[in-house]
Ligand binder design. Structure first.
Ligand code: ATP
Ligand code: MG
Length: 430
């Protein structure tokens, strides 16, 4: 994209309404704008990040054998009366009445709807197991929407659901999702730690939350430094992986167990704060029984499937990644989710030589590059590129350009090297 023709409304001033770094930076870098309390518009650069995260999440769900579908945002109240959650959910649910006085709601999650779909479509033990997911907007009327997209009211979630004939099958599904989650976060370029968690509203007795470490996180977390290696997803045997993830100590303050914590060697104890970016639940027959979803077993008996649900906060991840990866100057995007892989900074717009090199770079890098072709001071271009956090900056000034040289800056380290155009391209593309 050419910056001169793009809608990337960066701000020089620090927005007064934002209390934490990621919220300030998302506004300052022109990624989002708030349209109503806890409700955001995703501007072009922000949408590119959201889509990249969504795509990694999707690919890892697909790789784990989970099938994608798309359920609607609006649900019928009657569906939720079947499970008994219509009253229980309380004020967090946005309730809507249509022109015929029918009661609807904007879905905060989809356990009821997916159970109804399965109840209608699946009748025999032969049709199970099944795993399904969708990536869809949710609405929760949070008491205190805050921290930008970290706690919004309307937010994008990947939610998946598993259906099995017995507990053993359900546990296999649970392990598959845990592995898929660790792979997802590793590909995104962040360290997320699975922690034993409470099940809350969803119900059930086995649950893990995935936390990204950041000082502004809402949960206190305690964990063994063994998690810092971040190579868990490399494990090939799923049982060994699950065993490792669930024996190394990690818990949020709600589940902190002082006896188990005492057994962690002193030098490996880590305490900090975490942002919940995902959660997985096993809850057995809670919905299949209350909603009357059963299949006929091999021997003709009625089996109520064992279920689990598995969420990732796709839009929350955008803020959480920034919370974990920024400095004084701005965002430091991991390569995998950056809106643009590289910025091309033309330090003398209108100069025949710099223009020519920039045009060539832009033609070669295509949609992955943001070309700063504005009539601006070099200082302003540097500052904006640092703020936006592109992994690479290719700096094209008149002196170097005359000799066919450009400067390449790596945002994460600040390293700058002068090198020929082709070499710079090779590094950025490699
Ligand atoms: P929290 O405890 O932060 O309110 P939750 O436990 O109620 O979240 P889940 O039902 O587990 O949320 O939803 C799955 C994921 O959706 C969460 O792990 C989180 O990443 C994301 N999420 C939940 N609520 C919000 C929100 N208000 N804004 C943005 N993302 C959210
Ligand atoms: Mg949760």
């Amino acid at each position: 994209m050419r910056l001169s023709q793009s809608l990337i409304p960066t701000l020089k001033e620090i927005p007064a309404e934002a209390q934490i770094a990621s919220h300030r930076l998302m506004l300052r870098a022109g990624l989002v704008r708030q349209m109503a309390s806890g409700i955001y518009a995703w501007l072009p650069a922000g949408l590119r990040v959201l889509r990249r995260i969504e795509q990694i999440v999707r690919e890892e769900q697909d790789a784990a054998g989970v099938q994608e579908l798309l359920m609607p945002t609006i649900q019928s109240a009657d569906l939720w009366r079947e499970s008994g959650r219509y009253e229980a959910y309380g004020k967090e649910m946005l309730r809507i009445t249509d022109r015929h006085e029918r009661e609807l709601l904007f879905g905060p999650t989809n356990e009821e709807m997916i159970t109804a779909i399965m109840r209608d479509a699946v009748k025999s033990y032969r049709d199970l197991p099944q795993m399904l997911y969708h990536i869809q907007w949710k609405f929760r009327d949070e008491v205190r929407p805050r921290f930008g997209v970290l706690r919004g009211r309307e937010f994008l979630m990947k939610d998946a659901y598993s259906f099995d004939l017995d507990y053993e099958g359900a546990l296999i599904a649970y392990k598959k999702f845990m592995l898929a989650y660790m792979r997802t976060f590793q590909r995104i370029g962040i360290t997320a730690i699975p922690m034993r968690a409470d099940t809350g509203q969803i119900g059930g007795d086995l649950s893990h939350e995935f936390h990204i470490l950041a000082p502004t996180g809402e949960s206190g977390v305690f964990y063994d430094a063994a998690f810092e290696a971040g190579d868990a997803a490399g494990e090939t045997d799923i049982d060994a992986f699950y065993e490792k993830m669930t024996t190394i100590y990690a818990a949020t303050d709600e589940k902190h167990d002082l006896a188990a914590w005492g057994a962690v060697p002193e030098e490996r104890k880590r305490e900090g704060r975490g942002i919940e970016v995902g959660q997985i639940f096993y809850f057995g027959k809670k919905y299949s029984e209350t909603m009357g979803f059963s299949v006929i077993g091999k021997d003709g008996s009625r089996i109520f499937p064992e279920m689990g649900s598995y969420g990732i906060g796709v839009s929350r991840l955008v803020g959480a990644i920034i919370e974990a990866r920024h400095d004084e100057a701005g965002i430091i995007w991991p390569d995998a989710v950056a809106p643009f892989r590289a910025a091309i900074l033309n330090l003398r717009q209108g100069d025949a030589v710099t223009d020519k090199i920039c045009d060539e770079l832009y033609a070669r890098l295509g949609a992955d590059a943001l070309y700063d072709d504005r009539e601006e001071r070099a200082g302003a271009k540097f500052a904006e590129a640092d703020l936006m956090g592109h992994p690479w900056q290719i700096i094209v000034g008149p002196r170097g350009a005359a000799a066919g040289m450009v400067e390449l800056k790596r945002r994460a380290t600040g390293d700058r090297t002068e090198l020929p155009v082709e070499d710079a391209l090779a590094k950025v593309l490699g």
